[in-house]
Design a protein. Structure first.
Ligand SMILES: *Cc1c(COP(=O)(O)O)cnc(C)c1O
Length: 234
């Protein structure tokens, strides 16, 4: 299997899942997740038509970015946990931060965006499973409310929606209730009409469960292994 043929197969599976849910496959973006992989993997996927990529670590991506300079219209999102002290570097390297999990981080990203004269797209990461080892804000928490309260002041952030990584289960169906919770949270927030908060993006679903996530309303699936093969274990 090649990266190109894997991408084709995944686009087919996205189309079928969307069809089952009576959704338009065009509503579902495919993000290639390239953590731990060399820039050559990203270039190969780009040549096969892939444009949207997700990376997990600022330092790791900063080492690849020079090799990717010719991929003019590729977009790179930060999807891993981001420490506030790395916000300036992340704001410089990425077009979007999909893992916002505190008002403090938003402050830092906004300040960095202001310095760079750049508007950053942002998703709020929600820890739907309440797992202690996972990042993300708890739904219905004071931390989440403090993010909402800050949004109107962060002129260099465009909050676009929610992201989640649910608890892992072998059976892809195990993710369904968490994906549904994220969608229902989105719907409740949309009904509040919070100033500056757009909720058009729901980033959920990975290699083993993206079809279930699409059935539950995902608009962005983040896929590593099913495109690029197994990552070397650290
Ligand atoms: C690694 C990773 C993915 C992709 O995982 P696969 O199982 O390889 O598809 C998606 N989202 C996040 C946040 C990740 O860290």
């Amino acid at each position: 299997m090649t990266i190109a043929s894997n991408l084709t197969a995944i686009h087919d599976r996205i189309a079928h899942a969307a069809q089952r849910a009576q959704r338009n496959a065009g509503e579902v973006a495919l993000m290639g997740v390239t953590k731990t992989l060399g820039a050559n993997y990203i270039i190969e996927a780009y040549e096969a038509g892939q444009r949207l990529f997700g990376e997990n670590r600022v330092q790791e991506f900063s080492e690849k970015v020079a090799a990717l300079a010719s991929l003019r219209d590729a977009r790179f999102h930060m999807i891993g946990h981001l420490q506030s002290n790395k916000a300036p570097k992340a704001a410089e390297l990425f077009s979007a931060i999909d893992s916002l999990d505190s008002a403090k981080l938003a402050e830092r990203l906004n300040a960095a965006g202001e310095k760079l004269g750049k508007a950053l797209e942002v998703l709020i990461e929600i820890n739907v499973g309440g797992e202690e080892a996972k990042s993300g804000v708890a739904p219905n928490s004071p931390q989440l409310e403090s993010i909402f309260a800050g949004i109107p002041t962060w002129k260099h952030l465009r909050i676009r929606g929610l992201m989640t990584v649910p608890p892992f289960t072998e059976d892809p169906e195990g993710g369904r209730s968490y994906f549904r919770q994220l969608r229902e949270l989105r719907d409740r927030l949309a009904a509040r009409n919070l100033p500056g908060l757009a909720l058009d993006i729901l980033s959920m679903g990975m290699s083993h469960d993206f079809e279930v996530a699409i059935e539950e309303g995902s608009t962005c699936v983040r896929i590593g292994t099913a495109i690029f093969g197994d990552r070397a274990k650290p």
